[in-house]
Design a protein around this ligand. Structure first.
Ligand SMILES: N[C@@H](CCC(=O)N[C@@H](CS)C(=O)NCC(=O)O)C(=O)O
Length: 231
């Protein structure tokens, strides 16, 4: 089988790219990685070649696959030995439910706490007034999902379904966001976050993110909260 190529964005900010990259690494599937720098000078040139104008994109056997969950599904189908979904049907259906919930949901956390691996902004990104309660609702729902999965399916390991699955790849950027903005959760969730952060692949991605020199203004919390000052 030919080697897949994963096209990703900047590691500090590209939460969608982290997901399939992490799944490839944890599964031990060899792949080439090509980084395009989001919104830098050559971005329009790259964007024009991406099917939906976004990363990540997987190139394999003459195909281009885009949309993060479609890429992860393709990986599970192409490398079944990696067991990227739980084997048990009930667990697998639940893992798909929460992965789709992540893909389509939690808009307040996504909008107000952009992934920014190299930064630490404890307490920020929580909004005020009605915004604060909407953001808090997303946070509490994520806490509920992680707690329920760990309780019901997680006994065989440190991840949501015991062993690492696509569901963990989908939530890994949330773990990163909650670390950057110091979101406090219950002990079960704290231990789950520690397990994700301790993955060698997560450490590798985070180290690379810290070494990147580029800044995306719109993903910086000062910009999101309206206090951005131009140099
Ligand atoms: N629904 C897409 C979202 C992908 C996405 O928004 N990627 C961001 C980077 S994390 C991007 O390419 N943004 C560039 C743009 O929107 O022009 C997926 O699941 O892959």
């Amino acid at each position: 089988m030919s080697k897949p190529e994963l096209i990703i964005g900047n590691k500090n900010y590209s939460s969608w790219s982290l997901r399939p990259w992490l799944a490839f690494k944890v599964a031990g599937i060899e792949f080439d990685e090509t980084m395009v720098r989001l919104f830098e000078n050559d971005w329009d040139h790259h964007k024009a070649k991406l099917p939906s104008g976004t990363v990540p994109v997987l190139k394999h056997e003459g195909m281009m696959i885009w949309e993060t969950l479609a890429i992860l599904e393709y990986m599970a189908e192409t490398w079944p030995e990696a067991k990227l979904w739980p084997e048990d049907k009930h667990a697998r259906a639940t893992a798909r439910s929460i992965s789709n919930e992540m893909h389509a949901g939690f808009p307040e956390v996504r909008a107000n706490m952009p992934m920014n691996i190299r930064s630490y902004y404890p307490g920020r990104g929580r909004g005020s007034g009605e915004d604060a309660s909407l953001i808090n609702r997303d946070i509490r729902r994520i806490e509920e999902v992680w707690t329920d999965m760990r309780d019901e399916f997680g006994k065989g390991g440190d991840f949501l379904f015991g062993d690492f699955t696509i569901a963990d790849a989908m939530f890994a950027p949330i773990v990163s966001r909650f670390t950057t903005y110091d979101v406090r959760l219950n002990g079960i969730c704290r231990r789950y976050m520690d397990a994700i952060l301790a993955l060698p692949a997560m450490i590798e991605w985070s180290d690379a993110a810290r070494a990147e020199p580029w800044t995306i203004k719109e993903d910086e919390i000062d910009f999101v909260e309206g206090v951005w000052k131009e140099d």
